[in-house]
Design a protein around this ligand. Structure first.
Ligand SMILES: [Zn+2]
Ligand SMILES: [Zn+2]
Length: 348
């Protein structure tokens, strides 16, 4: 099969013929129809998260959807020809976290594109398939499915589960990349008012088109002060989609008393992945600080229903479709922070 292979960190992926993936009794082989290119792919490509992948050469790509091509003998719930989306946090289906509906926190978690070869290829093998695939409703196409593949589903989990955003509440989101834009659409759909913060006017324009009621360029203005003014006291929920020191602190400082901060952006490994927190503000204002990783299998049904009924439109985040050969260009754009919206591989 054809694949875009990571042979050396921070060097162009090599698009070439490689051996087809092997089917296991509990797995399936998926023929890819769409794979999103995520900033996490870019971080890994740069060599930042070396320990997360087994060895080189390796195939990245974790925002995957497609059609099942082959089914292992032990798989009960899926058939050849099924249209599916692949959650990027995958569980064993048997540990206490999986059994209590938190498959994104599985004790034996695996992640396609890191733990094993991912979706920058014509085919991918998905292990333990009965627990790690979601059937796509007929009305949801592959482009939308892959646009949901990681950033959108994580934002859904962050907004609805971790942040518990309610109608009429103010939500501030720091970063208007894939996660931030998804937060804007999802929080707006459930009736919240969203303020988007970024340093790029172009990204903030796109944020407005997706439903942000106000935008702040925090290169020119102090986001916490402006947010406190607009919201008359601070946001109910603030989400840091970036994972850098400045945005995380500004996010916490934008909250009203009893506000909820949701941390979606992971930070780089410098300083052991540690950032400083404004502890006294957190204590005095009884701020909640929550992490957010992917989304559990149990939450897919409600998200997909909203997509099927067009209350959510992840396809609106997609600004570019490319071939496997185009991934290198996308990584380059990401290095320059020049990409707006979401890019999806649709030609394999
Ligand atoms: Zn991702
Ligand atoms: Zn588990």
């Amino acid at each position: 099969m054809k694949a875009a292979v990571l042979e050396e960190f921070n060097q162009p992926l090599s698009v070439k013929e490689v051996t087809d993936p092997l089917l296991t009794p509990d797995g399936i082989i998926l023929k890819l129809k769409a794979t999103g290119v995520c900033r996490s792919d870019w971080h890994t490509w740069l060599g930042e998260w070396k320990e997360s992948i087994s060895s080189l050469p390796h195939i990245l790509g974790h925002e995957m959807s497609g059609v099942i091509e082959e089914v292992g003998q032990n798989v009960q719930n899926f058939r050849k020809g099924d249209r599916v989306i692949v959650p990027f946090t995958q569980g064993d289906g048997t540990c206490p976290y999986c059994l209590s509906g938190h498959s994104n926190l599985c004790e034996h978690q695996v992640m396609p594109g890191w733990t094993y070869n991912g979706g920058f290829a014509q085919y991918v093998h998905i292990p333990n398939a009965d627990h790690n695939l979601i059937r796509l409703p007929d009305g949801v196409d592959f482009l939308e499915a892959s646009a949901m593949g990681c950033r959108f589903m994580t934002a859904f989990h962050g907004v609805t589960n971790r942040g518990k955003v309610g109608p009429g509440e103010w939500v501030a989101v720091f970063g208007s990349g894939g996660v931030g834009l998804s937060v804007i659409q999802i929080a707006s759909a459930i009736g919240a008012n969203v303020i988007a913060v970024d340093i790029s006017d172009e990204k903030l324009e796109f944020a407005k088109r997706l439903g942000a009621l106000a935008v702040i360029n925090n290169r020119n203005e102090s986001a916490p002060a402006v947010i406190k003014e607009i919201t008359k006291g601070g946001a109910h929920v603030a989400i840091d989609a970036l994972g850098i020191q400045e945005t995380m602190i500004e996010s916490v400082l934008s909250l009203r008393k009893l506000g909820r901060h949701v941390q979606i952006g992971m930070t780089s490994d410098e300083n052991g992945g540690k950032l400083r927190l404004p502890v006294n503000v957190i204590v005095r204002n009884e701020i909640q600080f929550s992490g957010c990783l992917g989304m559990s299998i149990s939450e897919f049904a409600s998200m997909l229903q909203m997509v099927e009924k067009k209350r959510l439109q992840p396809g609106k985040l997609v600004t570019k479709t490319i071939s496997l050969e185009g991934i290198n260009r996308t990584f380059k754009d990401m290095s320059n922070f020049a990409s707006v919206g979401v890019t999806i591989v649709t030609q394999f």
